[in-house]
Design a protein around this ligand. Structure first.
Ligand code: GLA
Length: 400
C-alpha cells in the first residue's frame, strides 16, 4: 500500500526489519548470523472465482504486496513472533499449537498444526513480522501469513516438501485449524508466483502454467471498497456445501460426476428441473466460470482485450446474480470502472462479500480510473476507497 508508515516500509526492507528484530528480541543478538528474512506475497485473481474447490480453473497473480518475517531460528521449539506495527507478541509451542486463539497468530499456528500432523520437521524462532498487504481485502493476507509462517517454521528457508504438497499443507492448516473450507488458489499463488506472469491452475489435475499476460502498456489496479471483506467462514462454507449438494443431485442422474468441474452446460441443462433453483444458480456460475477462464486464456493469447473485458464483466455479473457473493459497494466500483475509458475489464476478486475489485486497465488510463473512483465512489456509497496498482511478482522466498 502506498501509505508510508513505518511498518509498511519494513515489509520491503529486510535490513530495517532485521534491525527491528534485534531491537524487539535482543536475546537473538548473539546469533545475528543466523537471522533470515522471508517473504510471501498476496494475490489477485484475474478470473475463475469460487471454482478452485469445485476442481476447476483459476488464474491468479501473486502481487508486490505481502508479508515479511525476520527471524532467528531456535532449537527450543518455541515460536515467539512480534508485529512490527504495534509490538503485539504471540507465542506458541510449535509441536503443540493448541486451539485457535482467534488472533493473527492462528495462521502461523495453523501451519504448525498441519506440519505436525504430517510429521514434518519444525524449528522454533524469534521473529518480527511486517506487512504491506491490506487485511480482509480479498488479497489473501491469510495465505501470505500461512506461507511465510511455513517458511519461518522451517528455519527461514523453503519447507522441505514439494511446493504443491506445501499448497495442500496450507489448505490443511486453514481447513483443519482455522475452519475455513477454502480451496488451493491463494496459497498456490503465494508459493508459485512469477514476476510479470499470471498462473493458470487446473485444480483437478494440478497442472499449471505461467502466462505472460500483461504487457508494459497494461496495468492491474486493485480498488478497495473500504468495506471489510465479511468472509464469515459461514457464508463461504455455505457456498461450498451448496456446490456439494448440487454435485450430489447431479450424480444421481449423471453417475460418475464427483465435482462441478465434470459438469457440462448440456448436463446441467438436462438435470436442471430436478435441482433446487438455488443449486441451479450456484452450479451454473461454476460451470460457466470454468469456461470463462479458458476463454480468457485464449483471448489473452490472441491479444483480444475486448473479449477479456467482456469475460471480466460477465464473471462479476455471475458472482453478483448467481453466486450472491458481491456487495453493493463492489458493484459500484465495477460500474465506475466500466464507465471509465481505457478500463478493459473489472470484477470482484477473491471470495467477495466486500474487499477489492481487480481492474485490467490501459496504463495511460490509470489516473482517470483513480480519479473516477476517488470522486464517484464516496459520493455513491459514503465510503472511502483505496486505489492501487499491483504488479505480478515472485512467490514466497528468502529476501535476506
Ligand atoms: C478465497 C478462498 C479461495 C477461493 C476464493 C474464491 O480466496 O481462499 O480458495 O475459493 O475465495 O475464488
Amino acid at each position: 500500500m502506498p501509505e508510508h508508515t513505518e511498518h509498511v516500509d519494513l515489509a520491503r526492507n529486510p535490513d530495517a526489519l532485521t534491525a527491528k528484530l534485534l531491537d524487539l528480541h535482543p536475546e537473538v543478538r548473539e546469533r545475528s548470523a543466523d537471522i533470515r528474512v522471508v517473504h510471501a506475497p498476496g494475490r489477485v485473481n484475474l478470473i475463475g472465482e469460487h471454482t478452485d474447490y469445485n476442481e476447476g480453473y483459476v488464474l491468479p497473480v501473486a502481487i508486490d504486496l505481502g508479508i515479511a518475517i525476520a527471524l532467528a531460528p531456535t532449537d527450543d521449539g518455541i515460536v515467539s513472533l512480534t508485529l512490527a506495527e504495534n509490538g503485539d507478541t504471540q507465542t506458541f509451542v510449535a509441536a503443540a499449537p493448541g486451539e485457535r486463539r482467534h488472533t493473527w497468530i492462528d495462521y502461523v499456528a495453523g501451519m504448525a498444526f498441519a506440519f505436525g500432523e504430517a510429521g514434518l520437521p519444525m524449528r522454533g524462532f524469534r521473529g518480527v513480522l511486517a506487512s504491506d498487504l491490506p487485511q480482509g481485502a480479498g488479497l489473501s493476507s491469510s495465505a501470505a501469513l500461512e506461507v511465510v509462517g511455513a517458511w519461518a517454521l522451517s528455519g527461514g528457508q523453503a519447507p522441505a516438501v514439494d511446493p504443491m504438497r506445501l499448497v495442500h499443507l496450507v489448505k490443511r492448516g486453514e481447513n483443519g485449524y482455522i475452519g475455513l473450507n477454502n480451496g488451493i488458489m491463494d496459497q498456490f499463488a503465494s508459493i508459485f508466483g512469477e514476476p510479470g506472469r499470471a498462473l493458470l491452475l487446473d485444480c483437478r489435475s494440478l497442472d499449471h502454467r505461467a502466462i505472460q499476460l500483461v504487457g508494459d502498456d497494461l496495468a492491474l489496479v486493485a480498488c478497495h471498497s473500504g468495506s471489510p471483506r465479511r468472509l464469515e467462514a459461514s457464508a463461504y462454507n455455505e457456498r461450498r456445501s451448496q456446490c456439494d449438494a448440487a454435485v450430489e443431485a447431479i450424480a444421481g442422474l449423471e453417475p460418475g460426476v464427483t465435482a462441478l468441474r465434470a459438469v457440462t452446460p448440456a448436463m446441467l441443462h438436462a438435470v436442471r428441473d430436478r435441482l433446487s433453483p438455488l443449486a441451479v444458480r450456484r452450479a451454473t456460475h461454476v460451470v460457466e466460470e470454468d469456461q470463462r477462464v479458458l476463454d480468457a486464456i485464449a483471448a489473452f493469447e490472441a491479444g483480444d482485450l475486448a473479449e477479456v473485458g467482456r469475460l471480466f464483466y460477465a464473471s462479476h455479473a455471475s458472482l453478483r446474480d448467481l453466486y450472491d457473493v458481491s456487495s453493493p459497494e463492489l458493484d459500484t466500483l465495477v460500474e465506475i470502472a466500466r464507465a471509465t475509458p481505457g478500463v478493459i475489464g473489472a470484477r470482484l476478486t477473491g471470495a467477495g462479500f466486500g474487499g477489492c475489485t481487480i481492474n485490467l486497465v490501459h496504463r495511460d488510463a490509470v489516473p482517470a480510473l483513480r480519479e473516477a473512483v476517488l470522486r464517484d465512489y464516496p459520493a455513491r456509497t459514503g465510503l472511502t476507497p483505496r486505489v492501487f496498482e499491483v504488479a505480478a511478482s515472485a512467490g514466497a522466498r528468502r529476501i535476506a
